[in-house]
Design a protein around this ligand. Structure first.
Ligand SMILES: Cc1cc2nc3c(=O)[nH]c(=O)nc-3n(C[C@H](O)[C@H](O)[C@H](O)COP(=O)(O)OP(=O)(O)OC[C@H]3O[C@@H](n4cnc5c(N)ncnc54)[C@H](O)[C@@H]3O)c2cc1C
Length: 417
């Protein structure tokens, strides 16, 4: 066994993705003297590859601005969203509703900001084990051993730290993607700044959607394409990669590229996100069950975790027993719970039932887009359902039978959690 040193840092952040970097940057803003007591461990070296479509919603951009960061890396600006359903399609013009980045560049930008704030960032250092004593958490890595009063689990959905908590309530999600060149089927999407969200895979039992996101990286241009599914609601589990290939072939895309990605966990209110000396953030805690979005969420978790850590130092209480509840009552928790309820109410049997009203009612479409992108944090599932109910009464879309079905599911899910 190699001779390992023992290091005493009061705060150890495991993982330097958006969740870990956001926690660090918020710590620096809220309590600068904690910077020198913190170490961040990252198993790779930035810029490191990351499977992701790189879509930054309005919510993510708002979080970056709150952190005092500007997006100083190449990105594509999105002004139009095309929605494809089995028998319908709709197009929405929403100025600057999303920016598409290359994740390795985005994460490297965050890591640079963390270094500039004065943090110790140990790259190429993988956390291998975490264990708990009465007043600390011990993290063993490939290079050292850390006994810390606070460990932040920011190591993603397949990392080490989330396994220190019961897995109950983890909501299984899958995301697969690949980069491809531009094809004739993409038309002028790249020039117009248009993304496509394609729900036609619902007809094959997938509870989710496919995406086509254009990207620019210097002279290189292309598309990130992929599929997201909420596995619990899908009737076609295990065939997600096949569905993606079929969907891409239908659009005339060469599917020989390597598909990457895998399973992760969505946020679930019944899941604990902390135990004494440990807090989870980002994908380790759970992403959005309706859309699979996780960058904005990771940035938001980071702020909540930093606030909790500062509170813990002030009170000298590292039990973190209120963290799960604080997340649940925050803007992040409320949005993710609403998203989970919508995923559970609308995905079974396909969102086809709700489509006529979404495509016919411009105000409802805007409301759904506000909810998903975080443009208006007050938009909620209740508001969307109420608007649908009004559409049903006034215009007959969706038809009363479908509306009743949606309402029943919504009431059941609201009562459940
Ligand atoms: C196919 C796909 C497409 C997606 N597209 C989007 C999108 O367009 N927009 C969006 O908002 N979200 C998207 N997501 C989700 C998004 O990628 C994640 O939610 C986001 O990366 C979560 O950030 P994080 O910091 O929690 O975790 P991560 O980004 O996974 O970062 C975790 C970090 O921890 C490090 N690490 C892991 N284990 C250890 C260890 N043992 N020791 C030390 N370090 C460790 C990793 O190397 C990594 O740097 C997508 C996901 C997938 C799978």
């Amino acid at each position: 066994m190699p001779n390992m040193g023992s290091e005493n840092h009061q705060i150890v952040i495991v993982g330097a993705g958006p969740g870990g970097c956001s926690t660090a940057l918020w710590l620096a803003r809220l309590c600068p003297r904690l910077v020198e007591r913190t170490v961040i461990l990252e198993k790779y070296r930035h810029p490191r590859p990351k499977v992701c479509a790189g879509g930054l919603t309005t919510r993510a951009l708002r979080m970056l601005a709150d952190m005092g960061l500007s997006l100083n890396i190449p990105h594509a600006k999105i002004d139009h969203v095309r929605l494809l359903f089995e028998n319908h399609s709709a197009e929405m013009a929403r100025r600057d509703c999303m920016r598409i980045v290359r994740r390795e560049q985005f994460d490297a930008m965050l890591a640079d900001a963390v270094r500039a704030a004065g943090f110790e960032l140990h790259e190429d250092e993988e956390a291998l084990e975490a264990g708990f004593a009465r007043d600390s958490c011990r993290v063993k890595t490939s290079k050292a051993r850390y006994d810390a009063g606070v460990v932040v689990g920011a190591d993603g959905s397949r990392g080490l730290t989330h396994r220190c908590l019961p897995n109950y309530g983890r909501y299984p999600l899958v995301g697969l993607a690949l980069d491809t060149p531009v094809t004739p089927g993409d038309g002028d999407d790249l020039e117009k700044g248009r993304i496509t969200i394609d729900f036609t895979c619902n007809a094959s039992g997938a509870a989710g959607y496919m995406w086509h996101f254009p990207f620019r990286d210097g002279k290189e241009r292309g598309y990130n394409r992929g599929i997201f599914c909420s596995l619990k609601e899908s009737t076609n589990r295990g065939n997600t990669a096949k569905l993606l290939r079929e969907g891409l072939r239908a659009r005339g895309v060469n599917t020989r590229g390597r598909i990457r990605g895998g399973c992760g966990g969505g946020y679930h209110p019944q899941r604990r996100l902390s135990r004494p000396h440990l807090l989870l953030v980002g994908d380790a805690a759970g992403g959005n069950a309706l859309t699979g979005e996780g960058i904005a969420q990771a940035l938001m978790y980071g702020r909540l975790a930093a606030e909790e850590i500062v509170r813990a130092f002030l009170r000298n209480d590292f039990s973190f027993r209120f963290y799960t509840a604080r997340v649940a009552h925050s803007e992040l928790g409320r949005n993710m719970l609403d998203s989970l309820r919508i995923a559970k109410s609308f995905y079974p049997g396909g969102p086809a039932a709700a489509v006529p009203s979404i495509t016919a009612d411009a105000a409802l479409r805007e409301q759904v887009a506000d909810f998903i992108s975080g443009t208006d944090a007050r938009t909620s599932q209740r508001g969307i359902t109420t608007r649908m109910l009004a559409g049903c009464i006034l215009h007959g879309t969706p038809d009363p039978r479908t509306m009743l079905k949606i309402l029943k599911r919504f009431i059941r899910k609201t009562a459940q959690f």
